[in-house]
Ligand binder design. Structure first.
Ligand code: DGJ
Length: 723
């Protein structure tokens, strides 16, 4: 609900459990007065106090009034150069060379339904409401429109800013954040999700320290290293209690999420495109819209916050063109890498079909002269040495086994050893006069250019039309370097990083639109581009190249703070694991993979009869329980690294649940432990694995008595049904 109190200059956004308020003050400065548990419509600016603070300057309108300073007041969208020395949201270079912006409120618009952002991903939904606040810097001739979307039932507020040039000359944007959020106190913890290739999104929590703390990416993608999702929470906050704010950026390129603890113990969170090598020219009359940011506040801990994000992503972001149960898949990568032919693939598919697997995904190596990762990218025609009859011959045979067929592509890349590169060496991102910087021996195509995207679209379309393909894995295996485009003049090279992301989105949108029957899975060397922006185009993303069940516990745990299980690709692979050489029981690998979009990634032809029996059982179980993982609510029941890691998928009506648990390394004579299962209905009785039944309140507050699980990395699945 959006409430406008004209007399007091108040704009109050209410969701079911939260309130967000802004106030236009006597100088037409837009202050942020409150964000937290739901309140009435009262003027919360009474929480703001004024004092003469040394060295905090006073804006023109305030004259010599020393108690009024932008340096101390909570701002809704901070600017640079005019007396607020904390993190700026907006920094412009004006035609006179100055970097000063002073925004003043000029009006508002209220729009039915949720705003859209052309060319960028955004939450959608008819039920949403939009508030647009209009600000202007009259001297700079710049307008800023702050857009707010309100999703009441999800406690979700979205934001984006549009910067419009009203003057006669071009202006330059040096920084334009999507979100600025001022808090009256700084006694909070900052939580971010960090890591590296094959170890993504590990949670980190630390108290705010004086000054700026930030995470971000300058790699051209959202990155393995830091995720565009951060949290601020009260010091006592945990899974089920305490205050917490989650902030998500719907963007797949360079980002920055900075939080500043100020001299007066307030704090500010600013999130948006990373200003590194970002400079965007806006011509007279034109505008620039930032990516969208989304906020959820929870006053009962992290779990509730995550579930709000999950539901909103599932119902208002992820455009799942294949709703319902996703086919259980086998992927050829860890089974065969580049070394396969039709015969080997059919053997693998035949084995998979017998076990109940429904989708065969042919990964890297099927095209051009791609026999290793040294060449072939860009040549999107079938390698006839490996697949003599092409996909036209292979796919019907796979379909005849009762399986669907999926294909891997890496459209944004080119190998120097490829026909495409030989024909168009200028189509890559590379600074003139330099040796190219290679990553996995490949170069990045200049997706800012339409002709490059059109060519790739045509080539891949030809492949898609040649056979019955119902799934695409869209991979991206290096970071951007030497970012320079032959398609833009020198003074506009600061647009390339962002235009690259827009180009990727544009091509994804084309495939999404033109191939509605194809489910696209995102991937970037595993989870290097696992962000809410991608989820708008690819309803699921390969979570990590690390398929070791134990490392995956931390990766999937971290990922789950923002993103629902149904978005996380998770496969069972062979042991010892390719990445860390750890061996875990097959049952445990199945339990962990079943916490996401389930599949296999191993040479099934090399499995023993006992293993095949276990696999067939796992697949049956998944087919029975899939809706809990795909549509249920997710509860983290412990933290990885403790004696066990446990989680639950619970149906919305709380009548069914799948509880999973994995132990760590074994020890002699372990203690007896009980597992408390949150999220159940206390008044219901749950039958567990078709045997004994337990009252919900007992399971929730006293816990389920765990058997002694001896041996390293054991696992257990409890399927519960209310009687
Ligand atoms: C990286 C992906 O994450 C893997 O799953 C696999 O598709 C390889 N690329 C193929 O090159």
């Amino acid at each position: 609900m959006i409430v406008h109190d004209e007399q007091n200059g108040l704009f109050t956004l209410h969701t079911k459990n939260t309130t967000y308020q802004m106030k236009v003050d006597k100088y037409n400065i837009l202050l942020h007065t409150y964000y937290g548990p739901r309140l009435g419509d009262a003027d919360l600016s009474r929480l703001i106090r004024y004092a003469d603070r040394g060295f905090s300057p006073n804006p023109g309108e305030a004259g010599h009034c020393r108690t009024y300073s932008l340096d101390t007041l909570p701002q809704e969208y901070s600017t640079s150069g005019a007396g607020d020395f904390r993190l700026p949201s907006l920094e412009l270079e004006l035609p006179d060379g100055s970097h000063v912006t002073e925004l003043r409120y000029t009006g508002f618009r209220r729009v039915e339904g949720k705003y859209v952002i052309e060319g960028l991903p955004a939450f959608f939904g008819d039920g949403g409401e939009t508030l647009v606040l209009l600000l202007e810097d009259a001297a700079a001739k710049v307008a800023v429109e702050l857009c707010y979307g309100v999703f009441e039932d999800y406690d979700l507020i979205t934001r984006a800013a549009r910067i419009i040039n009203l003057g006669p000359e071009t202006i330059e944007i040096c920084r334009a954040a999507s979100l600025c959020l001022d808090f009256p106190a700084a006694d909070m913890d900052y939580i971010s999700f960090n890591g590296r290739h094959a170890m993504e999104r590990c949670m980190d929590r630390s108290p705010l320290r004086p000054g700026v703390q930030s995470v971000g990416s300058v790699r051209g993608t959202s990155s393995h290293q830091h995720n565009p999702f951060v949290m601020l929470c009260s010091r006592d906050a945990g899974e089920e209690h305490g205050l917490c704010y989650g902030a998500m950026l719907l963007y797949s390129g360079n980002f920055e999420a900075g939080v500043e603890r100020s001299q007066f113990e307030t704090c500010r969170l600013v999130m948006g495109i990373n200003p590194y090598h970002f400079r965007y020219s806006i011509r007279p009359g034109k505008g620039f819209t930032t990516p969208e940011a989304a906020l959820v506040f929870s006053n009962c801990g992290f779990g509730n916050m995550s579930r709000q994000f999950h539901r909103a992503i599932m119902e208002h972001l992820r455009r799942d063109n294949r709703p319902g149960r996703k086919p259980v898949l086998v992927n050829s990568w860890e089974a065969a890498y580049f070394d396969f032919d039709s015969e080997k693939l059919l053997e693998l598919a035949g084995q998979a079909a017998e076990l109940g697997i429904e989708l065969f995904v042919l990964d890297d190596g099927w095209f051009g002269r791609r026999n290793s990762d040294l060449g072939g990218l860009g040549d999107w025609w079938v390698n006839r040495e490996k697949l003599p009859g092409g996909l036209e011959a292979l796919v019907p045979k796979i379909n005849a086994l009762g399986m669907e067929f999926g294909l891997w592509i890496e459209p944004e890349m080119v190998s120097e050893d490829s026909e495409l590169y030989r024909q168009h060496p200028d189509w890559v991102l590379c600074t003139p006069g330099r040796e190219p910087v290679r990553g996995r021996s490949q170069l990045v195509l200049d997706f800012t250019r339409e002709e490059v995207r059109d060519h790739i679209y045509r080539e891949i379309s030809r492949v898609l039309s040649s056979a019955n393909i119902s799934y695409l894995k869209w991979d991206m295996n290096r970071s951007l370097t030497q970012v320079w485009s032959a398609g833009l003049p020198a003074q506009r090279q600061g647009e390339v990083y962002h235009r690259y992301v827009l180009g990727v989105y544009e091509l994804l949108e084309r495939f999404h639109r033109d191939y509605p029957g194809i489910l696209i899975e995102g991937c970037s060397g595993g989870g290097g581009r696992f962000d809410a922006g991608m989820l708008y185009y690819t309803p699921q993303i390969w979570c990590s190249d690390n398929t070791d069940a134990i490392d995956r516990l931390s990766i999937q745990y971290g990922t789950s703070f923002a993103y629902p299980p149904c978005t996380m690709g998770a496969h069972v692979s062979a042991v010892p694991n390719e990445i860390n050489r750890r061996s875990t029981p097959l049952e445990t690998r199945g339990t962990v993979a079943m916490a996401g979009v389930f599949g296999y990634e191993m040479d099934l032809c090399k499995t023993s009869p006992e293993e095949r029996e276990i696999i067939a059982r796992q697949i049956c179980r998944y087919k029975e329980w899939w809706d809990l993982v795909e549509q249920g609510d997710y509860y983290r029941l412990s933290t990885p690294g403790e004696a066990f890691t446990a989680w639950a998928h619970i149906s919305r009506d709380k009548r069914r649940a799948l509880v999973s648990l994995v132990t760590g390394p074994t020890h002699a004579a372990p203690p007896f432990m009980n597992l408390r299962i949150s999220g159940l209905e206390p008044g219901l009785n749950y039958r567990i694995n078709g045997a004994e039944s337990f009252p919900g309140d007992l399971l929730m507050y006293a816990g389920y008595p765990l058997p002694l699980l001896l041996g390293d990395y054991q696992s257990m699945q409890l399927y519960m049904e209310a009687e």
